[in-house]
Design a protein around this ligand. Sequence first.
Ligand code: SF4
Ligand code: SF4
Length: 353
Amino acid sequence: MGLIAELTHRCPLSCAYCSNPLELERASAELDTATWLDVLDQAAALGVLHVHFTGGEPMARKDLTQLVRRAAELQLYTNLITSGVLLDDRAMDALMAAGIDHIQLSLQDIEPEAGDRSGGLKGGHAKKLAAAERIRAAGLPLTLNFVIHRGNADRTAQMLDLGEALGATRIEIAHTQYYGWGLLNRAALLPTFAQLESATAAVEAARARFGARIAVDYVVPDYFAARPKACMGGWGRRFINVSPSGKALPCHAAETLPGFAFPSVREVSLADIWTGAEAFQRFRGVEGAPEACRSCERVEIDWGGCRCQAFALAGDATRIDPACALSPDHALMRQAIEAADFDAPLTPRLIRR
Ligand code: SF4
Ligand code: SF4
């Protein structure tokens, strides 16, 4: 269904909750334009419908509009996932001319001081507001994404108000997912249960108020859940994620798993990766779910949850996701909540150019 094109790990921001890997890939390791164009051609031939240009900050790539243009010519639905800080008038015009279909813009908070502090970029919040205006003025549908955590969850209602004021057609309120830098900073980012309840109430109130006018997506933290999410819609079922250096992954955290040889799009075709690569087959479908899940009535709903979370928390990717209350490792979630520390220092994501 979707190609997730992680064009670069470079980013002007340094969010402490970033889910990019701790080992960020350098610009010199990135795929060149010709290879990305070929990957897009292959994706269309394979029947992919959507391409999500993401990163890092995909607008840090000088060839972004060239890639968008090719994807649009191939009739792929093009979505740009961006921090917006590089989206000036010229860039907006170029993206429109190239045929961009949709932009998802991230905001860190509701006002400049907190937003700039969270993203680690002075003036970043104001640039994001200007980017939202440009997207709307261009007539594109605007999705706003707020990642929430202990430091900003109390402002969820105001985030939804801001999204409405900016003319968003979709607002995503996503609790931090604990991968990469987010996992490293988990102790300082996990919300309290009271914060989670109040954020959930704010989302429900906004949904009632907005009706069909604005869709509100809500991603809750696994750590408070009793059942896991169907990570990526199931391992190797809907998406191919291509990393900046060309590794094809079932999800962008999969590189953390040991014992995997992820094929490179420099050497193997997308079709062969999708149908034949061992890394895509390993956890695919009911047969690839943890053994205890295969007879569970929810197995075709959540596929046993997230393999990367099972590895990150329980040290074994073949175990049931600890987010599931039926997992013998479920207590790890409670322990992480209990170990949360409001005063823990945050490590902002390193920027390597
Ligand atoms: S989460 Fe922040 S640092 Fe990470 S890619 Fe997005 S904007 Fe950049
Ligand atoms: S046991 Fe497995 S399939 Fe059943 S709910 Fe838990 S994670 Fe999902």
